[in-house]
Design a binder for this molecule. Structure first.
Ligand code: C2E
Ligand code: CA
Ligand code: CA
Length: 422
């Protein structure tokens, strides 16, 4: 955490290089110096880690394939040490391998600023290094900026301040039954109302929270805030309770909350959620925790334990973004999920793609054969909704039904929806 803060103000020009070829390492060093960096080079891992800790570089260039070391392991170790430097990975391996390494490093929470295929020209390296230093740009007050286009950095300190000041806001997106379109529940989606940056979408700050150890606090805030809304505002809504039919439905509604794998490290987690439910008089069966399959895989044994305990307490578990990971089936069978959520990429492309429709149908069937409920997210058009009904998908969520809405608007939406529905 501290490292990133230091980096952004004073250490913005220290470059550390690890390459088993001393000549290449020195050459990179010379290029770095010409780009205004103070550089250190090394050919051995031990010295590299020592420098990474003590010298605290702002930038690292790392060779991925070295005869005596495994570059991927070096990355994992850097992640373990919570290295905040911007890392350029270089290698002579093919671009697909480099790209896979980059993705894995990003998933480990590292700040990967680029990949360089060897042989690279001095110009290419210089460009990557200098482009990187001028990277602090303002966020626009756009709720869904493209993170690849707006390259700016959220520091853990900033986010921590946001958590202290309770700047998280939740949006709620409804889920409906495919068969009769009845309201089934809401998913809580977090946003950060940052005074300097505007409304920041979750894909820009959840990774920061995960890599800086703030995710536990963040998740707890999301849980207590969303349960408050769900119990005090939605289920207690006088307008909804006035109609006996609607009132009878309120007890069945579910609240879905996203969990990141790192939140599973939080030891008192189960007790915390249980306590929140007790206080709000909510049955754990009304809560659904959504996990992405990759996140459930990071610590397979630990997550299995925790997820099993959650299920034993009566909470529901959903495997999110299903179909996008590399070991979907395995996770689905191994972990005690009660719901499978078809990734929106398939659902959104369903109108145009027969393949996507086939994928959706097989996921729904697979889920059912394992006794799970199936939800399709990203439903944007009526034809897709009809298709989901036809194949027996249980629940649907998406812009067709409603965009995620702030709490008060979600409540109004529910009143309008239920009134027109029945
Ligand atoms: P997700 O859990 O897959 O959430 C669904 C995302 O798809 C949401 O984006 C939602 O706004 C968007 N979406 C819903 N319906 C449609 C549709 O019909 N079309 C399109 N194009 N998009 C749709 P959002 O809110 O930006 O959230 C992005 C991701 O951030 C979430 O993906 C989830 O992984 C993560 N996230 C959100 N809230 C939390 C949280 O409280 N904790 C954690 N750990 N992660 C969260
Ligand atoms: Ca989700
Ligand atoms: Ca999803």
């Amino acid at each position: 955490m501290q490292m990133t803060a230091k980096m952004s103000d004073m250490n913005n020009n220290k470059l550390l290089i690890l390459d088993d070829d001393a000549l290449i390492a020195r050459t990179i060093g010379v290029i770095g110096e010409s780009a205004g960096f103070d550089t250190r080079t090394t050919t051995v891992a031990d010295e590299f880690f020592k420098l990474a800790d003590e010298w605290d570089p702002s930038h690292i260039v790392l060779d991925l394939v070295m005869p005596d070391m495994d570059g991927v392991e070096v990355l994992v170790e850097l992640a373990r040490r919570e290295c905040g430097a911007r890392i350029l990975i270089s290698s002579g391996v093919g671009s697909r391998v480099l790209d896979a390494a980059r993705r894995s490093a990003v998933e480990h929470g590292l700040n990967i600023s680029g990949v360089l295929s060897k042989p690279f020209s001095p110009g290419e390296l210089r460009e990557l290094l200098t482009e990187d230093r001028s990277e602090t740009v303002d966020i626009e007050p756009d709720p869904h900026p493209d993170p690849a286009r707006h390259r700016y950095e959220i520091t853990p300190e900033e986010l921590e301040k946001g958590l202290d000041r309770k700047q998280l806001e939740l949006a709620y997106q409804p889920k409906v039954n495919c068969t009769d379109s009845g309201l089934a529940g809401f998913e809580a989606l977090v946003r950060w109302r940052c005074p300097e940056r505007g409304l920041v979408p979750p894909n820009l700050f959840i990774p920061v929270a995960e890599s800086s150890g703030l995710i536990g606090r963040l998740t707890r805030q999301v849980i207590s805030q969303s349960i408050d809304w769900f119990a005090a505002e939605l289920r207690n809504s006088a307008a909804l309770r006035a109609n006996p039919w609607h009132a009878s439905l309120l007890g069945k509604l579910t609240l879905s909350i996203n969990l990141s794998a790192r939140s599973l490290d939080d030891r008192g987690f189960i007790e915390f959620v249980h306590q929140c439910c007790r206080q709000a008089r909510i049955d754990p069966a009304n809560l659904v925790f959504e996990l992405t399959e990759t996140s459930a895989m990071e610590d397979p044994v630990g997550s299995l334990d925790l997820l099993t305990r959650l299920r034993m307490k009566g909470f529901q578990l959903s495997i999110d973004d299903f179909g996008t990971g590399y070991s979907s089936m395995l996770q689905l069978v191994r972990l005690p999920f009660s719901e499978v959520k078809v990734d929106k990429s398939f659902v959104m492309s369903a109108p145009r793609s027969e393949e996507s429709r086939a994928v959706i149908r097989s996921i729904v069937e697979l889920g059912h054969s394992l006794g799970l409920r199936a939800t399709a997210e990203g439903v944007e058009d009526l034809n897709t909704m009809e298709y989901l009904k036809e194949i027996g998908c249980d629940l649907a969520q998406g812009y067709l039904i409603s965009r995620p809405l702030p709490g008060d608007q979600a409540l109004e939406w529910a009143q309008r929806y239920l009134t027109s529905w029945r």
